[in-house]
Design a protein around this ligand. Sequence first.
Ligand code: NAD
Length: 486
Amino acid sequence: MLTSDQVTTNHPAQGPVKKPYSFFHNVEMWFDKAARFTKWEKGILEQIKACNAVYRMRFPVKIGDHIEVIEAYRVQHSHHKLPCKGGIRYSEEVNQDEVMALAALMTYKCAIVNVPFGGAKGGIRINPKKYSVYELEKITRRYTSELIKKNFIGPGIDVPAPDYGTGEREMSWILDTYLSLKPGELDGLGCVTGKPVSQGGVRGRKEATGRGVFYGLREVLSHKEDMKRLGLEPGVEGKTVIVQGLGNVGYHTAKFFYEAGAKIICLIEWDAAIYNPRGLNPDEVVKFREETGSIKNFPGAQTLRRNTDGLELECDILIPAALENVIDAENAPRIKARIIGEAANGPLTVEADEILLKKNVLVVPDVFLNAGGVTVSYFEWLKNLQHVRYGRIEKRFTANMNHLILEQIEKNTGKPVDDAHRRLIEHGPDEIDLVNSGLEETMIEAVQEIREIWHSHKDIPDMRTAAFVSAINKIGEAYAQLGIFP
Ligand code: NAD
């Protein structure tokens, strides 16, 4: 679907060629495609779509013996619910368009999984591999103080989290900077999520996005009629899976699929892709990378000629979990997967989406599938506001009640419960149990809501459009209730 507003450039050999749409424009096009299936007037749709605030900053940091000017962003896409929420990315590719697109996706994502936040995103245009830990800390702390100066961070304003190139370490630097500059703020711990547990983080956050990808796809795979249309049996066990990006999201996704009995036949990293039709154990591959610096030449696996060749192998489920635009109009015709689970943000271009739809490939969209991270971030934020660990109050009470119930059952039936079941039933919930069950429920509920929209309207072509319809309707309701559009 190339339209006249798409930019053209002059290629020396081919003449005028269409340039791919920008990432933000892609998101806008997905939005527009879905908006036709909603009841909202143009003004409301324009407001939902627009980025409310874009903060582009430049700040100096002393690196070695010279001063480097760092370019960074924070975009708040929507204030229909507060605080805003979204990760911070460290990458050389960071630019305003990308951060705006990712912030918009956050708004829709939160609405789809019923997490009461507006969308935001941040980014620092650096290659973190080129800096020492000390330098990264300086950059992160300076970025945080810039956000504080402009009131772009705070537990009730805007709450960052990890994204590509960042993790618990960066989040704890952000927290420490915030608390130093805002001493005595009672809910200060809630200014950032994805923190280490020792600093107010919640158990299960680190693996939450990958776990959510697994729960979401498992639910999708459980629907017989949808699988029949793809020529697949329902269920995870035995499915062949390819994962691109063995970072936080990709590694955990691969691990949960492996543990559930799927066969991880190919893993793709930036410098190599490895293939083994008998299956790869993600833990062994990560250990090998730690020892050698690369997944290249992993024992028993074939290292592919080009790492991108891995995307084009035959499999049941392809999971891009690295960066955006990895499947476009050029390689989409060669994709042989039957399901694509978008664990990364924006891995498919609009053109790729359309090609894959014609090929009857089921695309499970990022805007829903990688929402596990923000869902558990929401739990972390609630924990920080409540100032109490999940399970602390009810764990012992529940265990005691369960013990009494078991005692009565044994007395009335005359049959003892075996030790393994006794341990399972008597056990009161720990924080990790509650977080994982909250995440599981959220992802299952979202699949059901999206499917209901998708299957109740015969013209909605795909799951992405249905997911956007779900988001637009919820945000539209929120604006209507705010009374902004009488
Ligand atoms: P990460 O930095 O932990 O991992 C990214 C991995 O991708 C790294 O191992 C990197 O080497 C690899 N990679 C880079 N370029 C590649 C290439 N060309 N081919 C193959 N692999 C490549 O990042 P992450 O947090 O796992 O994020 C990955 C994606 O998931 C991003 O799109 C991010 O926006 C999205 N996401 C992350 C979270 C989260 O909680 N971390 C939540 C939602 C969405």
